[in-house]
Design a protein around this ligand. Structure first.
Ligand code: DQA
Length: 138
């Protein structure tokens, strides 16, 4: 089974960025642990701060992989283009967030892409990604 994780803008700063909200672990360390724990799954990771690059990655894997776990960061709330890309591909997409977006500012309560996703996981820290992964497993 091939699963792609995609992180959007500012998520390259995980571990350093607002640790009170996003924790103090960097994503690379977490990803290595996740890969070791679920070694039966072909897990790939991609991060970009650029909207178009996120769209290109969705197109690249979206007809081939078995699942996509995306944290589009702030683009979640603003990007019609990423929402359209999620709607246009074949691979099911799970939207994840580290923080509980519903416990934060009003502008974080709306996701442009949510209606095109299989499900949403929000508020479990980095564990949100693991829960996303489990949702693709039998
Ligand atoms: C986030 C929540 C977004 O509102 C924010 O813009 C992020 C991170 C999260 O993982 O909690 O960059 O997606």
């Amino acid at each position: 089974m091939k699963i792609q994780i995609i992180n959007g803008p500012n998520l390259n700063l995980l571990g350093k960025r607002e640790p009170g909200i996003y924790g103090s672990e960097g994503f690379e360390t977490f990803f290595e642990e996740l890969k070791a724990k679920y070694s039966q799954i072909e897990l790939s990771y991609y991060q970009s701060n650029v909207e178009g690059e996120i769209i290109n990655k969705l197109h690249e894997v979206g007809f081939e992989f078995d699942g996509i776990i995306i944290n589009a960061g702030a683009y979640t709330h603003t990007s019609v283009a990423i929402a359209d890309a999620v709607a246009g591909i074949k691979t099911p997409v799970i939207e994840v967030h580290i923080s509980n977006v519903y416990a934060r500012e009003e502008f974080r309560h709306h996701s442009m892409m949510a209606k095109n996703c299989k499900g949403i996981i929000t508020g479990f820290g980095l564990k949100s990604y693991e829960l996303g992964l489990l949702s693709f497993m039998g």
